[in-house]
Design a protein around this ligand. Sequence first.
Ligand SMILES: Nc1ncnc2c1ncn2[C@@H]1O[C@H](COP(=O)(O)OP(=O)(O)O)[C@@H](O)[C@H]1O
Ligand SMILES: [Mg+2]
Length: 323
Amino acid sequence: MARIHVIHENPDWLPPLTAALDQRGLPWTDWFIHEGAWDLAAPPPEGVFYNRMSASSHTRDHRYSAELTAGILAWLTRWGRIVVNGPAALDLEISKARQYAALEAAGIRTPRSIMVAGRSKIVAAAETHFPGQPVILKPNRGGKGLGVRLFHTIEGLREYVASPEYEAPVDGIQLLQQYVRAPRPVITRAEFVGRRFVYAVEVDTSEGFELCPADVCAIGEAACPVGETPGKPDHKFTVLPGIDSALRARLETFLERAQIDVAGIEFIADETGAPLVYDVNTNTNYNPDAETRANLTGTDRSGPGAIATYLGQLLAQEQRQAA
Ligand SMILES: Nc1ncnc2c1ncn2[C@@H]1O[C@H](COP(=O)(O)OP(=O)(O)O)[C@@H](O)[C@H]1O
Ligand SMILES: [Mg+2]
C-alpha cells in the first residue's frame, strides 16, 4: 500500500508530525537517514516522500546525512515519485549563499553578505566590506543559530578567528553579514505549507542578542522554534495573524520558483522597518506553546496539521493516478 515516507535524521523532531498523520489515519513510514544501503536500480516503494533533512544534521553526528539525502532524492525523482521538498529544496536548505541568490532573484531583499573561504581571509574581508561597522559571522550551512556570532569591533572578530573557539564551517564557507539593527528586538518567521502562507510567529531575540554585553556574542537558540530548549517557558514565540501582503505574495512566488513546498522563512526589519530575509528553513519546526495559545493545536491551521493534511491530499492524488 502506498504510504507517506518521512525522510529525516532527527527522531526528536518527528512526534508532532506523526501525531498529526495518525490523527488523520494516514499511513507513514520512518526514513531515518544516517547509514544504510540503497539499491539504486530498484524502484522505491510507492507513496509520497516528505524530505525534512536539516542543514544542522552534522551537529548531531550525522555528518553525511544531507549528502546521502541528495542521492536518495535523485533516485526518488528518477522513478517519478512525488517528493515534497525535493532536490531543489535540499540544495537551498544547505546553503545560505544559494538561498540569497534565489531570494534576490524573486525580488526579495537579503542582508548584504560576503562569502568567505579560508579562515585567514575573514578579518581582511570584514575590514574591506564593513569598515567600522558591527558584523555577523555565520556558517553558510547553518541551522539552530549554531555558530552565528555578532562582533561589534574588528578587534573582537580578529580575536575570535585566532582563538581555539573558532568553529570551522562544515562546507568551508563563512558568511560575513550586515548586522541588521531591528527597531524592536524581534524577528519574524513565516510558515508555508504547499507553497502557501499558514501563519507567522514573532520571536523575541532580546535574550540572546541585544542584551549581550560581550564583544563576541553567540546568538544561540534565538531562532529555533521547537522544543530544543526543553523546560523553558516559550513565551518568546507569538503567533501573528498575518504579514505584509506584498511580502507574503513575494515569498509565495519565491517558493514556487525555488520548488520548495514546506518552509519557515525568517526575516528581520531594518532601521526603516523594511524586511530583510536571512534564513529559509525547509525542515521547519513549530512552537507547540505558541500554537496552543493561538488555538491552532490539533487543527489544519497548526503547522503539523497543515503538513499532514497536505501530505494526505498528495497521497490520495497519487492513488487516484495509480488506479
Ligand atoms: N544579519 C543579521 N542581523 C541581525 N540578527 C541576525 C542576522 N543574522 C542572524 N541574526 C540572528 O541570529 C539568528 C540565527 O541566524 P540564522 O541566519 O537564522 O542562522 P540559522 O540558519 O543557524 O538559524 C536569527 O534568527 C537572528 O535572530
Ligand atoms: Mg534561522
